[in-house]
Design a binder for this molecule. Sequence first.
Ligand code: URA
Length: 425
Amino acid sequence: MDAISVIRAKRDGTRLTDAQIDWIIDAYTRGEVADEQMSALAMAIFLNGMDRSEIARWTAAMIASGERMDFSSLPRPTADKHSTGGVGDKITLPLAPLVAACGAAVPQLSGRGLGHTGGTLDKLESIPGWRAQLSGDDMLAVLRDVGSVICAAGEGLARADKKLYALRDVTGTVESIPLIASSIMSKKIAEGTGSLVLDVKVGSGAFMKDIGSARELATTMVGLGHDHGVRTTALLTDMSTPLGLTAGNALEVRESVEVLAGGGPADVVELTLALAREMLDAAGLKDADPAGALADGTAMDHWRRMIAAQGGDPDAPLPVAREHHVLHAESTGVLTRLDAYAVGLAAWRLGAGRARKEDPVQAGAGIELHAKPGDHITAGQPLLTLHTATPSAFPYALEALSGAIDYAPANTEFTTDPIVLERIA
Ligand code: URA
């Protein structure tokens, strides 16, 4: 077998054979196939796609390229969630301890942010002392003691994906349904969860800009989960405007704690509860009461124990940015659009995100929203507060926001889309 014949086959629109897939993934993981050859193949897949059985084989080969975790010794059923990423998407933070408080074990392997979407680990690292890196044994110990853990994936899981995702990131081949589906599902299946809920975002702040592509991605991933014996469902959820009222690391932790305290923005609470119910159903805990666990403080108690178990101080004050700039509403009327991508880009430019994997992030940087689409606005009222330690970033953030906000006259009938658009099982 050789890489050139595999690249040619996909370039010419042929289905790759199982043997070709197994060989190329293994040879790439071992370093026998060069990055430039894998880049060419990724571009051929991006342009010509893969059929369902090819994606299944590609995913299986990626799983086989690394270790598999095993949670079968835990006394509780395991349930995990994966979001395809969006702006202000802090849901994992309240969701993991909430689902643990309802009786499931939540092994949440998470990532860092890149580009305009934030990363769960970056958000949690704004809590003084909190550590993302845990050994397999430590992860199991936190799961056993607390019920939920949010940490970085170990080096050994789906090794081929680690290399391939980094390559796709710099070769314009990220936005491919076969490559995204196999990348996400290889990690989730290797992680060993018994059930999985996918939050597939749709809209300007998401990978998938339209509902048709989001549906195709969700259906592909749900199928891959079922093929590997993982009970998998997906919710397609709106990402045309940021989730909640904050985008940025410490700002989002603060908002998550508000949700755990029984408050917080309505859309964040609604989505947290919808995903919690899906996870609990999939884990066989149909009688659990997640709304009750938020209201009676048991979810908050699990959060505090989870943060402390990873070295964090749940009572420590969160970092705050030194510099602020308030953007005021230009018109009186109804806010009809506050674009998620623009807010994500602006938060990134303020220092909340990174351009390259090795860049640091500012814990305090980001954007606070004072209104959401559907709200009535008076000209001159504060609309957004921009936070950063580097005030030279303000003009660039404001540039990202230009054209991102629309108003309609005050008497306009305007209804916002529901947060959960569709369910796929
Ligand atoms: N997240 C992943 O893990 N992989 C992708 O390809 C895209 C998003």
